[in-house]
Design a protein around this ligand. Structure first.
Ligand SMILES: [Zn+2]
Length: 257
């Protein structure tokens, strides 16, 4: 019983609302009819501008931006497109042969060299080239270019050839102090490094299959410190540093691919 009464009441209140709406609409039409066409135009413009203001105050759609992860020092990318940041600081530590490396990679480098000792005629491998200042890199670049010019190459060809072999100053990983060119007593040292360097946080930076991405010809002696987490993934997945960083920035993309 009670429910039926309730329904009745609901139905009658719905009718009241409809009636009021119809009456208001009729009044509106009458008023509209009484308005001069000129004023109507003005009203339309006003309504339009009010609507526009309302829509412009709406919360903007959130835009999709790539994930900006702060890149730690060990993952910094330096190549032709990414010169060394001006605030990059190196704390050079001298090795026994006078070469220097940044203090942050000294311990892992020595650990790796100690581990390599047994396949290197019981001697520690060497760092042929460690940290380079901007001036040093410039000097290497100029010397190489001079060589090509002396061989008779035209200016532009000499420049192009030089840049195949020596990084443009400001774009060499050696200026970071966390990359090294390694030599050993035996050639096998390179095979050993390729298979074991990742355990110490180092990667073979420029491989033949990634030249198109890195922009650098293969260098089997050039090792770059990235930390054990990154080096392990880079080694196991067969990536280069650029690819690894792309995956870090776009995790969803790499899940799909
Ligand atoms: Zn190098």
């Amino acid at each position: 019983m009670e429910e039926r009464n309730y329904r009745k009441r609901r139905r009658s209140s719905a009718w009241t609302v409809i009636t009021i709406v119809v009456i208001l609409f009729a009044i509106g039409l009458l008023l509209w009819g009484g308005i001069e066409p000129k004023d109507r135009k003005e009203m339309e413009i006003k309504v339009h501008s009010v609507l526009q203001t309302m829509s412009s105050q709406e919360t903007p759609m959130p835009q999709e931006t790539p994930t900006e992860i702060p890149i730690p020092w060990n993952l910094i990318i330096v190549n032709r497109e990414h010169p060394i940041p001006e605030d990059w600081k190196v704390e050079p530590v001298e090795l026994h042969n006078g070469q220097t490396v940044d203090a942050r990679i000294y311990d892992p480098l020595m650990e790796m060299f100690e581990a390599a000792r047994s396949i290197n005629l019981d001697r520690l491998p060497n760092v042929e080239s460690g940290y380079r200042s901007e001036e040093k890199q410039q000097q290497l670049y100029d010397e190489k270019r001079k060589e090509f010019l002396q061989q008779g190459y035209a200016e532009s060809d000499a420049t192009a050839l030089t840049e195949k072999w020596v990084s443009v100053p400001g774009t060499s990983e050696h200026q970071l102090g966390i990359a090294v060119d390694i030599s050993g007593e035996v050639y096998d040292i390179y095979a050993w490094l390729q298979e074991n360097s990742y355990k110490y946080g180092f990667i073979l930076r420029y491989t033949a299959d990634k030249t198109a991405i890195t922009g650098v010809a293969p260098e089997e002696w050039h090792y770059r410190y990235v930390g054990v987490e990154a080096s392990t993934e880079i080694y196991q997945q067969g990536l280069c540093l650029e690819e690894y960083l792309d995956r870090l920035r776009n995790p969803h993309q790499s899940e799909r691919s």
